[in-house]
Design a protein around this ligand. Sequence first.
Ligand code: FMN
Length: 195
Amino acid sequence: MKMRFISLLMLVCVSVSPLFADSALLAANPAAESVLSAYSTREFSEEPLKAGQLDLILQAGANAPSAQNRQPWTFIVVENSEIRSRLFKSLPEACAVVVVSVPVEDYCGGGNSQFAAGTAAESMYLMAQGLGLGAHMYTFPAKIINETPEIKTGLKIGDDSEAAVVLAFGNTDEADTVSGASGRNNIDDFVVIID
Ligand SMILES: Cc1cc2nc3c(=O)[nH]c(=O)nc-3n(C[C@H](O)[C@H](O)[C@H](O)COP(=O)(O)O)c2cc1C
């Protein structure tokens, strides 16, 4: 993890604009490692989460920002193996699975509920990575939930709500073929400065 962060730091320093290239700023920021090195774990191991880790992840989601601080989400921890097998082809039992559901009807303009599901999901994702765990967020199983009434009912999601995103958390398997984030576009290519 440490080596990966140092390489990442070097990569960031040489490849991004001078505004973001301050390695001292990065090193002094305790969140930097998990934010900049986060990636989607492809293979989880059978090693269970440690006590308290899932609670911290859920707390991170609860602390996420939402429009008018409405916190429109519900976090559903899915332990039921039958439902899990309908959402994922293969996912170790040791993984925690969390569905973020939000009301279908929006508030205060469009998109706020879905947007809040995103902020909560990202906060949980980053907390998991900061704890040294692997994490992955998926919308495909959310679609399965919303299109399958018995799964939706089984997860206690009412007609007024829908699954927005599903997250898996766990320890990364040694056989995981991916050990870092895929390439990202350079910020110079999409940051627009209006002066
Ligand atoms: C909104 C959203 C939906 C996603 N849905 C899926 C999904 O349904 N299945 C999947 O395997 N990965 C899904 N992902 C993971 C992305 O494929 C992954 O974040 C992206 O490829 C970058 O991977 P990396 O961070 O490991 O480089 C989703 C990610 C986001 C943010």
